[in-house]
Write a protein that binds this ligand. Structure first.
Ligand SMILES: C[S@@+](CC[C@H](N)C(=O)[O-])C[C@H]1O[C@@H](n2cnc3c(N)ncnc32)[C@H](O)[C@@H]1O
Length: 219
């Protein structure tokens, strides 16, 4: 179901410089209509010292090509664009209007970067998204079994040897969720070297032992 854009409520995300990203969420609709905690954790991580190039005196995302998959409301991609990335935020077609609304609402915050919303269904053709981005961002995208293979396939096909994927997910212990996560990482390990970003390198406030940030690079 398309996210209706008349039953909205706002979540404000405060950036390190005190500026606020205003993210519209929808009362009605599927999981992509709200901001998930993994998106907050990943957005905050992108402003830590891991992302700071001391020599160039700028965030390492500045000028980089970034694609966010399963972007939902678009918070993570907007943060990347605010940090100077040339970002494409993607999701199923029904989420594009809400994402576009959020891009328009925060356009004034994007100075040297850029951001566009585009439909990308996992497992479908990715040719129009090439050449390979410098970064692929995923927040809370591991949540149903049928999506695992298409999602991993998309990450593989979008990646070059230089692409870094950051996958932030909330570890869930109920139902089939532990098995889902296991199966996702089994597939990921077939193609990628995987490193976990320790809590000590994450944002001091917006981090949690049950929210993991993983870094994938092609083997
Ligand atoms: C739990 S939400 C996370 C949204 C956002 N990344 C966040 O963390 O706030 C999962 C997102 O994945 C998207 N998604 C699910 N299946 C998809 C598919 N086959 N292709 C593209 N996106 C998909 C959903 O529409 C939704 O926006």
């Amino acid at each position: 179901m398309a996210a209706p854009i008349d039953k909205l409520f706002v979540r404000e995300f405060e950036r390190k410089d005190g500026s606020i990203l205003t993210i519209n969420q929808s009362e009605v609709g599927d999981v992509g209509c709200v901001v998930w905690d993994a998106a907050i954790v990943l957005s905050c991580y992108m402003e830590t010292s891991d992302f700071y190039d001391v020599n160039a005196n700028k965030n390492i995302l500045a000028g980089k090509r970034v694609i966010e998959l399963g972007a939902g409301t678009g918070l993570v991609g907007l943060q990347a664009a605010c940090l100077g990335a040339k970002c494409t935020v993607t999701d199923l077609s029904e989420f594009i209007p809400l994402m576009q609304l959020n891009i328009d609402a925060n356009r004034h915050m994007v100075k040297t970067g850029s951001i566009t919303a585009q439909t990308l269904k996992w497992g479908s053709d990715i040719v129009s998204f090439l050449p390979a981005p410098d970064y692929i961002l995923l927040a809370d995208c591991i949540y149903y079994p049928q999506s695992l293979e298409p999602l991993v396939d998309t990450v593989v096909k979008l990646s070059s040897s230089r692409t870094i994927t950051l996958c932030c997910y909330e570890e869930r212990t109920t139902g089939n969720k532990p098995e889902l996560e296991k199966n996702f990482f089994k597939l990921i390990h077939e193609s990628f070297t995987v490193e976990e970003i320790p809590l000590s390198r994450q944002d001091v406030t917006y981090r949690s032992p049950d929210i993991h940030i993983m870094r994938f690079t092609l083997r």
